[in-house]
Design a protein. Structure first.
Length: 256
């Protein structure tokens, strides 16, 4: 069953126009947040020097890819750098890539985490904090929340054709496909429109599959209708057949 939800208002024009501004002027610069504090012996204070150099190289390569607008490659490089040297700079870089790729939920979470980093050698400088805050104001209208109420409880979900767990989801503003299924129930597919900055509640109750119970009952009835053999009936039949064969042998001997 497919149901298309059209109850929400259209996404505001201001939100749609904001979605196209991923390339606005925010420079992606290397920041000293990725472990650049060095002691007088030339060894990083907070991380192994070799690991820091690998992270720095990945960050530089990611910056070059970002400037070429190869955002997928840039994000992969920044993610590897973040695994080695996590900090606000790598989170900011990941957020910029996800914003450019229109992964707005991930971008929001990464940019928030970048602002929340307070360690002195990992935090953004004041200018970067201001730029990230401005970007977050662009991202907030581009995501909304979907809250689901499902019956029965064992419903299996697909969200935009991908398996999903839970009952609350943050999604890009726009139309999304929700598919619910459960053994013994009819599946349903619904299209729901998520409005930026707002929560959408959706209740799904799956109807029972009427054929499942009927077929099971018919099978049981057929099995119950087959009468069982009376105790000893098989043995009596075998004894009778043996007696008849014996009598025939006797008649042949006496010439009857």
């Amino acid at each position: 069953m497919v149901v298309r939800d059209r109850s929400d208002r259209s996404i505001p024009r201001s939100v749609r126009s904001a979605a196209g501004c991923a390339g606005f002027a925010l420079t992606l610069a290397l920041a000293p947040a990725a472990g650049a504090q060095v002691d007088d012996k030339g060894v990083t204070a907070n991380a192994d020097a070799g690991r820091y150099e690998r992270a720095r190289k990945l960050f530089v390569d990611g910056t070059s890819a970002y400037q070429r607008r190869d955002y997928i490659a840039a994000r992969e490089l920044f993610a590897r750098a973040h695994d080695l040297e996590p900090g606000a700079s790598t989170l900011r870089a990941l957020g910029l890539c996800d914003f450019a790729l229109k992964n707005y939920v991930a971008a929001r979470d990464e940019l928030r985490a970048a602002l929340a980093e307070t360690r002195s050698n990992k935090a953004l400088n004041r200018g970067q904090q201001h730029a990230v805050s401005e970007l977050l104001r662009q991202v907030e209208p581009l995501v909304g929340q979907l809250e689901l109420e499902l019956t029965p409880n064992e419903v299996m979900l697909e969200l935009d054709r991908a398996p999903a767990t839970g009952r609350e989801f943050w999604l890009n503003a726009g139309e999304h496909m929700v598919t619910a299924s459960a053994p013994g129930y009819q599946s349903q597919t619904l299209y729901v429109t998520i409005e930026g900055g707002r929560a959408k509640k959706l209740s799904i109750t799956l109807p029972r599959n009427p054929g499942a119970g009927v077929q099971a009952g018919a099978s049981s009835a057929q099995e119950a209708s087959a009468p069982a053999a009376a105790p000893g009936a098989t043995a009596r039949a075998e004894d009778g057949a043996e007696s008849e064969r014996g009598a025939a042998i006797v008649r042949g001997i006496v010439g009857l």
